[in-house]
Design a binder for this molecule. Sequence first.
Ligand code: CA
Length: 663
Amino acid sequence: MKTRPIILLMAMMLSVTAWAAPLTLASPDGHLTLTTGVDKGRPYYSLSRDGVVVIAPSHLGFTLTAGDFSSDMKIVRSSRDSHDDTWATVWGEEDSIRNHYNELTVTLKGGINKAQMLVTFRLFDDGLGFRYEIPQQKVLPDIIVTDELTEFCLPKDVPAWSISTNHTVYYEGIYQRDLLSRKDTVCTPLAIEAAPDLFLAIHQAALVDYADLNLTPRSGKDGAVTMLSALTPWQDGTKVKAGKSLLSPWRTVIVGRKAGDLITSRLMLNLNEPCTWDDTSWIEPGRYIGIWWSIHKKKHTWEQGPNHGATTENMKRYIDFAARHGFSGVLAEGWNYGWGQGEDIDFLTPYPDYDLAEVTRYARQRGVRVIAHAETSGRSLLLEKQMEQAFTLYERLGICAVKTGYVAVKLSGLELSHSQYGVRHYRKVLECAARHHIMIDNHEPVMPTGLQRTLPNLMTQEGVRGQEYNAWSVDGGNPPAHTATLPFTRGLAGPMDFTPAIFDYSDEVVPGTRPQSTIAKQLAEFVILYSPLQMAADAIESYENHPALSFIESCPTTWRKTIVPNGEIGRYVTIARQARDDSGQWFIGSLTDETARTLTISLDFLEPGKRYRAFIYEDGPGADYRDNPMSLAIRQVELTAADTLTLHLARSGGAAIRLTPIP
Ligand code: CA
C-alpha cells in the first residue's frame, strides 16, 4: 500500500521527462524563438525575442462536446520544415511578398479517447502563426467545438488598442487605448505596446470555415495578463461544427520594433492559401465615386420618392464625371426594390426611375463600370437564393463589382454574422461572384483575415467606423485620433472601405457633426487607409473645380511597395507608397491627431540620383480642424533621395504628396 504512490510518482516523473521536454523553433533571422511542450498534460507555447519573453507560456487546446484536448496530452511526434519563396500579388500594398519561415509541427495524443491533435507553428522574422488540425479518427465522433483554449499570456499588463466585442456593432467602434487588464472582451486585431521597442498585434489568418476570434483578458499572478480565446457562438452555444476533421484558422502574433512594423508585416497574407485561378485579369483595382454621401447627408433617399438618389439621370451625371476625372467605377445605392417599407428585397429589379440596362450601356460607352449595391438587411438566405441569377445579370451588363451589406446583427434572423454560419455565407457570396467575374466590397462583414490572397475578388470590406459617422453620428463624428489609430488596428486585418475624401463640410445633418479634420487630412487618408477599390466619398458637386481633386485623380489604389517612415499609434502616421506601374511615382500621406506637429521625413526610399517633382497638398495658413478646416496650400518643389521633407501638420491636419520622377 505504501509503495504505490511512490511508483505512481516515479511513473509521472518519467513521463514528464520523456514528453515534457520542450521543443524550440527559431525564426529565419534567429531573433524570435518559439517554445512548445506539455505542462501537467496541457499543451502550451511561448515566444521570446533575443531572450526577452514576448508571450509567456500559454495554453493550447480545445474542449469539444466529446471531451477535451487539454489534459492528459503528450507530444508523440514532431516534424520540421522551412520555406522561402516570393509570390506575386494580384493587387495590394506590395507587388511581391517574401514568404520565409521555419515550421514545427507537433502531434499530441491524449485527451479524448487517446485521439490526436496537431499544432503547426510557423515562425517568421516578423512574428508567429500557429494552427490546429484534428484529423479524422475512428476514436473521434463528429467534432463540435465548445471552446478553443488558445491563450496569449503577456508577461506584464501593458497598453493596447482595441474595440469591445460586446459594445460594438459591425466592428464600427473607436479603438480605445487601455491596459489589457482593464479591457472587456475585445475583437482582434489587438495592437499592443509591450515595450518602447516591442509592438505586437494579435489576430488570425485564413478564417475559412470557423468562428471569429475574440479575446478576454484575465489577470494572473506577477502582473501577467492572459488573453483567453472567445469564439463567436452559434445560437445553440457551440462554436464550431467541424464534421469529421478540423483545421483551424492561424492564430497570429506580429512582433515589431516600431509601431509601423505592424503595418508592413505581410504575415497574415503569407498564412493564407495561394490563389489557384487561371485568370485574374478581370480583377481591376481603381478609384470610385457614387450616389452615397448625398444620401447620408439627407439630400437623397435610398428608397423611391421625390429625392430618390439612384435615378437614371443622376447616375449619368456621375458616370460623366467619372469618365472626365479618371474614376473607374460608380456606385449606385438604392437602385433596386427593397428599401421602402414592406418591400421585398429584389437584387434583380430596379426601381422604375432607374433604367439598369440604359445606365450600364451609358457607362460602358464611357469606359466606366457600374458598382451595384446589394443590401440584404441581414437576409443572407435571400441573397443566397437570388445571387446566381443576379450575378449572371450583372456580368452580362458589365457591372464589375457589388457592394454587399448586412445591416442586422443576425443573419437570416438566426445566427450572428461573426459566427461560423456568417463566415460560410460570406464565402459563398465571394465564390459565386468570382464565377461571374464580380469583385466584392463587403459591408458589415466578419473581420477580414487575408482571404483576398486565395480569393482576390474580395477587394475591400467595411468592419470599421467609417466616414458615414461624419455625416450623422450624434457624437460629432470620428474623433481626430481615429484615422491615426486605424492603420495600426483594423487596417492590419486588410483593406478598409472607409471612404475618405470629403471636401464639403456644409449642411450638417446633426449640428456640429462633420469630418473632424482639415481637408488636407482628408487627402492624406486617401493614401493611408488602404483599399484597392478606393472611394472618393463626396458628392461630385463638391469635387467639381476643386484644386484638391487633382491629388485624388492621380492617386493609385494598388502599389509596388509600402513603407512607414514614422508613426505612433493613435497620434500620427506617415505612409509612403510606390506606384505599381512603371511611372516611378511615389505617394505619401501623413496625418496627425488633435495635436499639431512638425514631421521630418527622410526621402531615402526614392531612387538615388533621380530628381523628383513633389506636388505637396498641405494644411494652409491658419488651418485648424475646428475653425479653419478648409485652409489648403498646394506647392511644388524639386526633391531627391538625399533630401528630407518637413511637414507642418495642423491640429487634426495632414499632408498628401505626389512625387514624380523628372525625366
Ligand atoms: Ca455600415
